[in-house]
Design a protein around this ligand. Structure first.
Ligand code: PBG
Length: 328
């Protein structure tokens, strides 16, 4: 490069030129919209997530149709049940209200239905698995009981797949969860159901608003015993490789914004599609700043979504999916 003659701004002079040389382009098919199921009727708003509401079956059916009309190809659906217990037994009933809802959505629409597979919305203690009772005082008492957790997650996944979910997305960060689910699905004859693994999920404060949705904050302790330490990067590659080896069809990095380096590294390390979850706190902080007049939500959201794609994400799970589909 000859410095004297370089004027990189020549290619920034007009929006037409900028369009020509843009390196990253968002498509509607990059975006996945998270949706939240509630029992009963109507909707229930979530104070910490303006614009996001829990939806009953009827409302979800209409929403899936509206999203499809806008060009969104997939939704990530979260389930819940009013009855919680220590082992989350309301999570896998073959004909539970959530499973019936999966069935109804798949009957009415061909939107790709991804379901979150976790216990935290179904357990009284709010942890993502079944808690092991360790006797030792100097150890965290909130370790997950691996065997019982894997068995429960496999049952949830089978119940979702039997109801028609196209893709199940285990998010408990229980070691071995992908293998346990793959095995259970195949045994049940559900070998066409794909797995999107929350392979790289950090113990993050950016999940704050989400935990209000299903009141799923751990009643005691925290999730650092099973989710990743935000200081670690190499470990993310181990998590992703192990999940691919266990049969994950796609892997996810979560959160996205503080982990763009991780998205880039995982993209380079695996050969399956990589999804990034632009989580509740990342959305809520932009909403809050916009409400104060400190920044503009739309341009900030656009910048965030482009940066996640530029880092290497093939798919972006985001609460802006519906709006962004209209901006594209
Ligand atoms: C639960 C789960 C969480 C999120 C998705 N699945 C919360 C957590 O692990 O504490 C967070 C999503 C968001 O913050 O938008 N397993």
């Amino acid at each position: 490069m000859i410095f004297e003659n370089s004027r990189l701004a020549r290619l920034r002079q007009s929006s037409n030129i900028r369009d020509l040389v843009r390196e990253t382009r968002l498509h509607k098919s990059d975006l996945i919209m998270p949706l939240f199921f509630k029992e009963g009727k109507g909707t229930q708003s979530v104070p910490a997530l303006p614009g996001v509401a829990k939806m009953s079956r009827e409302v979800l059916l209409r929403e899936a149709e509206a999203l499809q009309k806008l060009g969104i190809k997939a939704v990530l659906l979260f389930g819940s049940a009013s009855a919680k217990d220590a082992v989350g037994s309301s999570s896998y009933a073959a004909d539970g209200p959530f499973q019936q809802t999966i069935r109804a959505i798949k009957k009415a629409s061909d939107i790709v239905l991804i379901t979150d597979v976790c216990l935290c919305a179904y357990t009284t203690h709010g942890h993502c698995g079944i808690v092991a009772h360790s006797g030792a005082k100097n150890r965290t008492p909130f370790r997950l009981d691996s065997g019982r957790t894997l068995a429960a997650l496999a049952k949830i996944a089978v119940s979702h797949a039997q109801a028609g979910a196209d893709i199940v997305a285990p998010s408990a960060m229980a070691d071995g969860q992908v293998a346990a689910i793959r095995q259970a699905l195949d045994k049940a004859g559900l070998d066409t159901t794909a797995i999107l693994s929350y392979a790289v999920k950090y113990a993050s404060s950016f999940y704050g608003p989400f935990r209000d949705i299903y009141d799923s904050s751990p009643a005691q302790g925290d999730r650092r015993g099973y989710q990743m330490d935000p200081a670690n990067g190499r470990e993310a590659l181990a998590e992703a490789a192990l999940d691919v080896a266990q049969g994950a069809d796609m892997v996810m990095v979560k959160p996205a914004l503080a982990y763009l380096d991780i998205i880039q590294a995982v993209r380079a390390a695996v050969y399956v599609p990589v999804a990034a979850y632009n989580v509740s706190g990342e959305y809520a902080m932009v909403k809050a700043a916009h409400a104060q007049g400190w920044l503009d939500e739309k341009s900030a959201a656009w910048e965030i979504l482009n940066s996640i794609k530029r880092a290497g994400a093939d798919l972006i799970i985001t609460y802006w999916a519906k709006e962004a589909a209209q901006w594209i």
